[in-house]
Design a protein around this ligand. Structure first.
Ligand SMILES: Nc1ncnc2c1ncn2[C@@H]1O[C@H](COP(=O)(O)OP(=O)(O)OP(=O)(O)O)[C@@H](O)[C@H]1O
Length: 335
């Protein structure tokens, strides 16, 4: 199976488990409560809600919430992404095709090309796009009025959004990592949707090793189901969970191969740091953005990596987790 085929299967598997309504959405209590207020008020007024910006590391539920927003509003959802919109005309075409009350989801909104971003400012504020007709001196801008719509933007890099764009969102929700208890609830719910029973001890073990991320929890659940079916007796118990985690090299803290590669490079190649993101990424053979948005948020949250002005540094916990001894001169930033 080609890479894209495997990705399609993964996406289909994810879609089957995705919560459809706000009450099915586990955790993120503050964001859910705030969002519920915005949506209920808009529904009460019979109008479109303010534009919504959702930020946070990958796999925490931004896309899921965008779909839930449309479902709660009874509106259809249009999906696009920053990278898919290369020219202002691409965005103008999407915007001018929107119907009244539709929800436009723009994933990775921080990657919008500048001209498209500036067109979006006016569209979000005034529900208008200025369509340029003609070229050079004869060119003229014709204002095209748009129906009311709601933009839901998602980003893993909120800091990259220019203030004029960020200011046009009436509600901003930041999704943070989930607790083990919350991930257990995600896992039990997903197991039910898969028609399997996940034993409590197995749920707890998987939750503690899913890096605070529902996407990872669901992915590990499917791997445990595979193991139980192929090498076990079919039950998703603690034995199946631990065996599957072993096969997929997920350690006791929930670190996967990339996480450990980053920590090991930091400690063994750079003496614990400080080292720049790009240098670290090249050493582990990944793009800097992958290391920064996929691996680091969890490693920093777990107290294994520190981000300093001079670069990334390994904490004593990182050396201990890898079973390594820090440099004798104690030169690490953390004493
Ligand atoms: N709060 C939640 N409750 C239950 N399941 C969840 C929750 N959040 C996410 N999930 C599950 O995790 C999967 C990934 O979530 P989602 O695609 O929304 O993440 P994302 O933040 O948009 O990721 P990315 O930034 O990579 O696009 C979903 O398919 C969904 O099944």
């Amino acid at each position: 199976m080609t890479g894209s085929g495997a990705d399609d299967l993964e996406r289909a598997a994810e879609a089957a488990l995705r919560p459809r309504r706000l009450e099915e959405f586990v955790g993120q209590r503050v964001v859910r409560d705030q969002l519920s207020l915005v949506l209920d008020a808009a529904l009460g007024r019979g109008s479109s809600p303010d534009h919504v910006l959702l930020s946070g590391p990958p796999g925490l539920g931004k896309t899921t919430l965008a779909m839930i927003i449309a479902a709660e509003l009874g509106a259809s959802l249009r999906v696009t992404s920053g990278p898919a919109i290369q020219h202002a005309g691409d965005l103008a075409a999407v915007l001018s095709s929107l119907d009244e009350g539709e929800v436009l989801f723009i994933d990775e909104i921080h990657r919008l090309a500048r001209p498209a971003e500036e067109l979006l400012y006016v569209a979000m504020e005034d529900f208008r796009v200025d369509v340029v007709v003609g070229k050079g001196a004869g060119a003229s801008a014709i204002p095209l009025t748009l129906p009311r719509f709601t933009v839901v933007g998602a980003t893993t890099r909120a800091g990259l959004l220019p203030a004029p764009l960020r200011d046009r969102f009436g509600f901003t929700g930041h999704l943070d990592f989930y607790s083990s208890d919350e991930l257990e609830r995600v896992l039990v719910r997903s197991a039910g949707l898969l028609g399997s029973e996940l034993q409590a001890e197995a749920a707890s073990e998987l939750a503690s090793r899913s890096r605070g991320t529902p996407r990872i929890a669901n992915r590990l659940l499917r791997r445990v189901r595979d193991w139980a079916q192929v090498r076990g007796d079919g039950s998703m118990d603690l034995r199946a969970a631990r065996a599957a985690l072993e096969v997929y090299e997920v350690d006791a803290l929930g670190l996967d191969r990339l996480d450990r590669a980053v920590l090991r490079a930091l400690c063994t190649r750079f003496g614990g740091g400080p080292v720049g993101l790009t240098t670290l990424a090249v050493t582990v053979g990944e793009e800097p953005e992958t290391v920064e948005t996929v691996a680091e948020p969890f490693l920093v949250r777990e107290g294994l990596i520190g981000r300093t002005s001079r670069g990334r540094v390994a904490t004593p916990a990182a050396w201990a987790h890898l079973g390594l001894t820090p440099p004798a001169d104690g030169a690490t930033l953390f004493g």
